[in-house]
Write a protein that binds this ligand. Structure first.
Ligand code: ZN
Length: 273
């Protein structure tokens, strides 16, 4: 059976997420993502057969085009997803993150993991299907917990190895991947204990944030200190300590869920009687 294809109306205006080698074509101004119809844009002819609809944005379809090489198609520059952090609105950033995640998904699921035959994109849901054995794969999303821990007017902040290369290391809250068969609450307790030997209580969910580097979903929690002395896991952390909310070190940027959790703890600390 042939692969299913999206029907692109060549006269309809659309957003074009064109990705090649982990970078995306961005325009220097406006919304960054190229916008227009297939007939008017300077696309090579062959692109029209390689288009996947991934969403709608402001009533126009969003199309993903994955190229093998960074062809100069005259629409802008190839830049990284990280270069867009904090520069476009949250919804458009999440859509761009979706484009990257799906590009990775389609590139890494060309062959069936069960029987080895070629897989094909289907167009009634976001999936790749093997028509030989009927195996179907969906984009991988890796759930991650991230947790702010309160102890009176102090909060637990740590420096991770990956942040150490910066001149001014960022101090942030603890985080980790959810393991198979684990609830989010158990994951919070385990990750905090593994990384700091601290026990927590009163775990409450706050909000989530897709984090497409490459396919995490951060789920943010707050918790209270229960017991223990800080002893860091040196394979994960460089240092960790309690910081008073009036005297905090360098924090993650606004727009990250880590900063949102820290801001919430500061706000709560300042309103407590
Ligand atoms: Zn198969």
């Amino acid at each position: 059976m042939p692969p299913e294809k999206n029907n692109v109306n060549p006269q309809e205006n659309a957003w074009w997420f064109i990705i090649a080698k982990d970078q995306i074509v961005l325009q220097p101004q406006g919304n960054f993502i190229p916008y227009g119809n297939l007939d008017d844009l300077p696309f090579p002819e062959k692109l029209a057969n390689n288009v996947i609809k991934i969403a709608d944005y402001h009533s126009s379809p969003c199309y993903l085009v994955v190229l093998q090489e960074q062809l100069d198609i005259g629409l802008g520059e190839y830049l990284s997803l990280r270069s867009l952090l904090g520069r476009i609105d949250d919804l458009l950033f999440d859509l761009t993150g979706r484009a990257f995640q799906l590009a990775l998904f389609y590139q890494t699921h060309q062959y069936c993991g069960k029987c080895g035959h070629k897989m094909h994109a289907i167009n009634w849901e976001t999936a790749m299907k093997c028509y030989h054995c009927q195996h179907r794969c969906y984009p991988r999303i890796s759930p991650c917990i991230i947790v702010g821990i309160r102890k009176d007017k102090e909060i637990l902040l740590a420096v991770h190895h990956r942040h150490l290369k910066q001149n001014n290391p960022v101090f942030t809250v603890l985080a980790g991947f959810v393991e198979a068969g684990e609830t989010l609450e158990t994951c919070v307790e385990r990750e905090v204990y593994e990384e700091s030997k601290i026990r927590v209580k009163n775990i409450e969910y706050v909000s989530s944030q897709p984090w497409p580097f490459p396919h995490s979903l951060m789920m943010g929690f707050l918790a209270d200190y229960e017991s223990g002395e800080i002893q860091i896991d040196k394979s994960e952390l460089v240092e960790a300590a309690w910081y008073h909310i009036d005297n905090l070190p360098v924090l993650p940027n606004n727009g990250t869920i880590a900063r949102k959790l820290i801001n919430k703890m500061v706000e709560q600390g300042n309103t407590e009687i």
